[in-house]
Design a protein around this ligand. Structure first.
Ligand SMILES: [Zn+2]
Ligand SMILES: [Zn+2]
Length: 138
């Protein structure tokens, strides 16, 4: 979790410039839900990001991209390091049940519920972590 005193200005979506809310950030770029969906569908420019030498929160693979999300009603974002494979999976809402469970447990240890995190929202996954609405088949 980001430190409590870090300041996160509202940054408009890097694609459509919508700035009505705090949007998720991937590798330092801001995406509104619509544009994230587009990203998952392969519309527009693909996401190109340099990976950091950190370990994926799901599979511990070395080489990750940072996904930053604001839990519901919170201005304090959660930062998740994800390898390219799991980043794609989370954006396309195709995390496997095991990966979902990994993230759910880590969020729980921060006092958060998966349902408060946009891309892990219960509209997309059931309690067992099965995807209800994959954004797209990969
Ligand atoms: Zn947008
Ligand atoms: Zn991974």
């Amino acid at each position: 979790m980001a430190s409590a005193d870090s300041i996160f200005p509202k940054i408009p979506c890097c694609r459509c410039a919508d700035h009505s809310r705090f949007w998720d950030r991937i590798a330092g770029k801001t995406y509104c839900p619509n544009c994230l969906e587009g990203l998952a569908m392969g519309e527009g420019d693909p996401l190109v990001a340099k990976t950091d030498r950190r370990h994926c929160a799901v599979c511990h693979h070395l080489g990750t991209v940072r996904y930053v999300t604001f839990p519901l009603n919170s201005r304090r974002p959660v930062e998740v390091e994800l390898c390219p494979e799991h980043l794609r999976a989370i954006v396309a809402r195709r995390l496997g049940p095991h990966a979902f469970e990994q993230l759910r447990r880590q969020l729980e240890s921060l006092g958060l519920e998966a349902a408060e995190v946009f891309l892990l929202h219960e509209a997309f996954y059931d309690e067992q972590g099965r995807a209800l609405q994959p954004a797209v088949e990969w």
